[in-house]
Design a binder for this molecule. Structure first.
Ligand SMILES: [Zn+2]
Ligand SMILES: [Zn+2]
Length: 147
């Protein structure tokens, strides 16, 4: 769409550690916690402490290269910025399914609303009842058993 311009970020020079972190995240194909990332790095390369991993992740995030989100359990997971995935989480059975595409992809934050704010990434989660949990099960269902 010609009317929408991509947010331009200045090119960032990465040091070898930052390159390694970013490459590892990209190869993972899934979101990783800082602990998991640290564990993967320790397999091949020594000398990168967890605190360093965390600090470098934060640095990469501040420059718009890495995104993070907080899981319901309280853990923060990281992914490359281009990993724009969202989930449908069932509050009854706890299943969590990734959406095939980002519903906000074609709805960038309007400039008049943002007031000069430059968004790097967003998080978006849907909570509800999955299809399976909406199926009435004839006899076994015990509605209103709570009391
Ligand atoms: Zn469910
Ligand atoms: Zn999205």
């Amino acid at each position: 769409m010609p009317s929408r311009s991509k947010p331009e970020l200045p090119a960032v020079a990465l040091n070898p550690r930052q390159e390694l972190l970013l490459t590892t995240l990209r190869r993972a194909g899934a979101e990783l916690s800082s602990q998991e990332l640290h564990r993967r790095l320790s397999d091949g390369q020594r000398g990168i402490g967890l605190a360093t991993v965390y600090r470098q992740l934060r640095w990469l995030q501040q420059r718009g290269l890495v995104r993070s989100r907080l899981l319901p359990g309280g853990e923060t997971v990281y992914a490359p910025l281009e990993h724009d995935a969202h989930h449908l989480t069932c509050v009854l059975c706890g299943s969590s399914v990734a959406l095939s595409q980002c519903p906000m992809h074609d709805h960038p934050l309007p400039a008049e609303t943002a007031g000069g704010f430059r968004a790097l990434f967003h998080t978006l989660e849907y909570y509800g009842h999955c299809a399976a949990c909406q199926q009435p099960t004839d006899a076994t269902r015990t509605p209103g058993s709570a009391g």
